[in-house]
Design a protein around this ligand. Structure first.
Ligand code: GLA
Length: 669
């Protein structure tokens, strides 16, 4: 069992970085100089290399060919470009797979994964672990002390869940460690139901498809544990070689749900994100949430390790971002705490699965049209780095993101469209449209510095969570709980109460029944009207001081006229219970009022214009205003400002052209 996280370092990130994923191994070595010239033109300050280069670094077991990478690191460093190195473990080479066929993962249908793509390894394979330690040891020994290698990315987008016999055995060991005895496990999972009682650990399957909720949740935690152990093995192998400033990260995917990202991040120095729009356009009301979420993994700034230069290659239609949209997206990420923006990738290989993906340089070696937009961003980031480095986002609102609750609901959605992340976004969107900063954080960290905490569908409760919420409200916090709160314990078993179980004294209501909806149900509120579209809960009021904010209109009879949304005021603390998922307009009206009562007003901007703020160490606020639309927008600033991209004082009436970005600080009047 991993009790304590490895003590991570707090990375000293003293500048903003701009760059791309670079694969010198795909091109003749004499190309390097020309690439570096182009990188200088684009103001590239960092490249990420080697994360898929295992076969080029160790062409045969124990035989290392690291000179090409050494040369690239040095030549780049001579040009003032630093490197982030990936451990190449997401792409185990053919010779290794041939040597240890059983290190290949097995899919849900019992088929061994074929060689030829990536992430084909089984995360618990000891033979693979040995090979990983060997390659990481060699890389660490050669490059770990190099000051030009500022950071390391472990693997690439951990993602595969393996169903091999070994993983099953390791799962059994894990369960033994957690439950100690089968009696405890049988009780916790209610295995008397459908005769599931286990008399030997070896009888417990790896769950595929519909299964016992206790087993499913335990398996999710096991997947987290497996990746965390693997990641830890990499950290422990690498760290001893690294100079004191070097940091270690992993590049997570947006909202990826196979493991708990908070747990994984606990051992890392820095969290980083791969963010792609894919098809369509960047909508900060939604996309912003997945970027903010990464800041929450370590409750600090992060790196945008990959983003799209124009278009991707894996969507149904790989549309390109509009001209200047990519730059606006990048500034939006920076405004949310990204300290680096890196494009994937510099140049495509002539062959291989990702030929058609966007890049900065094309197959002929020439800059693509997007190159000039990226170069502009690089120049701007370089120039504004002294202003923005070491500044942070300060939020008064937190949304709790809980993997256990998400998994619990995903395994029993009850309505095909009930989606934990969509519910979270339902609240985020309103906050984004009011330009309110928001932290998306684990449900298990302190919340006392926030004014408002939203806990979407926090189905899984334990004593610590309950105690924390009670204390938060006692101190005057505003707490918003939604449908599907407080239903289950840590084993995914029902709490033997009506929801929200031990939170009923805080909410002053209990849920008598829940209804998955085929037809929207009308909801009439004190200051809004609308519909609940897919979920409705019939609430029973438990205390006189509970105020009903909204009631259901006519629908299935059971709900007609019943309370749908309530608030209980306790001292100066407020507790909302929202037993519905409102349509967008009603949600905006309802939630705006909640924000107002919590004295959270945000900032007004024209439609499609976002305004976010980073705060410098000396308390100075740097405001980043972005027009995410193609039309010109006018707005009036509350004070005279200095605009840092154009280096001038600007009048309060501002015109923001299509995808314009303004970075301002307040001028003394
Ligand atoms: C992921 C991977 C990259 C690349 C991009 C393409 O994020 O990490 O290696 O495949 O997708 O969009």
């Amino acid at each position: 069992m991993i009790a304590q996280p490895i003590k991570p370092q707090i990375p000293a990130i003293n500048r903003l970085h701009f760059g791309a994923a670079y694969y010198p191994e795909h091109w003749p070595s004499d190309r390097l100089e020309e690439d570096i010239l182009l990188m200088k033109q684009a103001h590239v300050s960092v490249v990420r290399m080697a994360e898929f280069a295992w076969s080029q670094l160790e062409p045969r077991a124990g035989i290392f060919t690291l000179d090409w990478l050494d040369r690239a690191i040095h030549k780049l460093a001579d040009a003032g470009i630093v490197s982030v190195l990936g451990t190449p473990t997401a792409a185990p080479p053919a010779w290794l797979v041939e040597q240890y066929p059983e290190m290949m993962a097995v899919d849900e249908y019992g088929r061994r994964v074929q060689f030829g793509n990536r992430c084909h390894y089984c995360v618990t394979s000891p033979e693979f672990h040995q090979a990983v330690q060997r390659i990481i040891g060699a890389l660490g020994e050669r490059f770990g002390s190099s000051p030009s290698v500022i950071g390391w990315q472990l693997d690439n987008e951990f993602n595969r869940v393996c169903y091999c016999e070994r993983c099953k055995q390791v799962f059994h060991e894990y369960l033994r460690e957690i439950y100690h005895s089968l009696d405890v496990l049988n009780e916790a999972w209610s295995t008397a139901y459908w005769s599931q009682t286990y008399t030997d650990w070896s009888q417990i399957p790896l769950p595929i498809g519909s299964h016992n909720p206790g087993l499913k949740l335990a398996h999710h935690r096991f997947v987290t544990r497996s990746y965390r152990s693997f990641q830890r093995l990499q950290i422990e192998t690498l760290r001893p070689y690294l100079h004191s400033e070097a940091w270690i990260t992993h590049n997570f995917m947006t909202w990826f749900g196979a493991f708990d990202h908070y747990e994984m991040s606990a051992d890392l120095d820095l969290a980083s994100l791969d963010y792609y729009v894919g098809k369509g356009h960047f909508d900060y009301h939604i996309g912003g949430a997945s970027i903010d979420a990464v800041r929450g993994y370590k409750q600090r700034n992060f790196w945008l390790m990959e983003t799209q230069p124009g278009h991707v290659n894996w969507q149904t239609i790989n549309t390109a971002l509009n001209k200047n949209e990519g730059r606006a997206l990048a500034w939006s990420a920076i405004s949310r705490g990204a300290d680096a923006v890196m494009y994937w990738q510099w140049r495509p290989a002539l062959n291989g699965q990702e030929q058609l993906h966007g890049s900065l340089i094309d197959q002929s070696g020439q800059p693509r049209p997007f190159f000039s937009e990226a170069s502009r961003l690089g120049r701007e980031m370089e120039r504004l780095s002294p202003l923005l480095a070491n500044s942070h986002v300060k939020a008064q609102v937190a949304i709790l993101y809980d993997f256990d609750s998400r998994w619990s609901i995903e395994s029993q959605p009850h309505h095909k469209d009930f989606n934990y992340i969509h519910l979270l976004e339902n609240y985020y969107q309103v906050l984004a449209s009011k330009n309110l900063e928001v932290d998306i954080i684990s449900a298990d960290v302190p919340i006392f510095d926030y004014r408002l905490v939203i806990a979407p569908a926090l189905t899984i409760l334990d004593e610590d969570r309950v105690a924390k919420f009670k204390e938060f409200v006692r101190r005057g916090g505003h707490l918003l709980l939604t449908a599907r709160t407080g239903v289950k314990d840590r084993n995914n078993a029902f709490l033997p109460y009506r929801p929200p179980g031990p939170l009923a004294s805080l909410t002053g209501v209990e849920v008598e029944e829940f209804y998955a909806l085929e037809e929207p149900v009308p909801v009439t509120g004190n200051w809004f009207n609308g519909n609940s579209e897919l979920w409705a809960e019939r609430l029973r009021i438990l205390a006189d001081r509970v105020a009903v904010i909204a009631r259901f209109g006519r629908s299935n009879g059971w709900l007609d006229g019943q309370a749908a949304i309530t608030v209980q005021v306790l001292g100066i603390g407020h507790v909302y219970y929202v037993g519905v998922q409102l349509d967008e307009i009603a949600q905006y009206e309802f939630f705006s009022h909640v924000l107002k009562s919590a004295n959270l007003r945000g900032r007004e901007t024209p439609d499609g214009v976002e305004w976010r703020t980073r705060v410098r160490m000396n308390g100075q606020e740097v405001h980043i205003i972005i027009n995410h639309s193609q039309s010109t927008k006018s707005m009036v600033l509350p004070w005279p400002a200095y605009e840092h991209l154009s280096n001038q004082i600007i009048p309060p009436e501002v015109q923001l052209g299509s995808y314009a970005v303004a970075i301002i600080t307040q001028e003394k009047e």
